[in-house]
Ligand binder design. Structure first.
Ligand SMILES: CCCCCCCCCC(=O)SCCNC(=O)CCNC(=O)[C@H](O)C(C)(C)COP(=O)(O)OP(=O)(O)OC[C@H]1O[C@@H](n2cnc3c(N)ncnc32)[C@H](O)[C@@H]1OP(=O)(O)O
Length: 191
């Protein structure tokens, strides 16, 4: 079988928790106040409160509401992928890598009903140069509940110029006026 592009390459090293990473149990700051996944200022967002775990792991709980439906009474798959993308990306708080998603592979194992609580967990599996390999899962009803969704992902570390070059000018200007909209230190300066 052909290797998946999220398989750890031979030159990957173990992902290491940065010495200045937030302590286990800390609710991680939103990386951007208007982020759909974690931003408090985004009215229509998921508002995930993501918590630093031990090692290079983070967790969150996600309450599935009627606003998240794809079929009657069931969560939309793309929206679940968004939640997984977010909890995977926030591993950057622990590795101190400012990353963007390059590839996200998702397995939907069980339908997720409205009203359920999805227990999300992600972990960094390895690093190769700018590439961070990670995996995540969402379990129904409890941390030992059945797995409803799983993902594997490749994130690529980028510098501030990525956002300066590609972001919409009015949003960049809003950040320049109020830097508190960004909730991460400049991880690209001291990776
Ligand atoms: C603390 C921070 C918290 C952050 C939380 C964020 C949560 C939300 C995350 C997101 O949703 S980010 C938004 C969605 N993603 C994007 O918009 C990214 C769009 N893609 C890009 O901007 C560029 O394609 C990218 C920066 C990912 C890579 O472009 P580059 O020109 O910088 O690098 P390049 O293309 O040379 O790729 C670098 C390496 O990654 C590999 N690569 C890139 N894309 C890949 C891909 N799709 N699949 C497999 N490998 C890939 C590529 O082969 C290469 O491997 P090698 O170093 O071994 O040569």
């Amino acid at each position: 079988m052909t290797a998946s592009r999220t398989d750890l390459p031979a030159d990957a090293t173990v992902a290491v928790r940065h010495p200045d990473a937030p302590a286990p149990g800390t609710v991680l700051p939103a990386h951007y106040a208007h982020c759909f996944g974690c931003g408090a200022a985004e009215r229509h967002g998921l508002h995930l409160a993501i918590v630093a775990g031990e090692g290079v792991e983070v967790t969150a709980t996600f309450e599935v509401t009627e606003h998240h439906q794809g079929a009657p009474g069931l969560a939309h798959g793309g929206l679940l992928a968004s939640a997984l993308d977010e909890i995977l990306g926030m591993l950057g708080h622990l590795t101190r890598m400012s990353c963007v998603t390059a590839r996200l592979e998702t397995d939907f194992r069980r339908p997720v009903p409205v009203g359920s609580t999805l227990h999300l967990r992600s972990r960094a599996d390895g690093v190769a140069g700018r590439k961070l390999y990670a995996s995540a899962e969402g379990r129904l009803g409890g941390t030992d509940g059945p797995v409803a969704v799983r993902a594997r992902a490749l994130f690529v570390q980028v510098g501030l110029e990525h956002f300066a070059e590609h972001g919409r000018p009015e949003d960049l200007e809003a950040v320049a006026r109020d830097p508190r909209l960004i909730g991460v230190p400049d991880y690209t300066v001291n990776p």
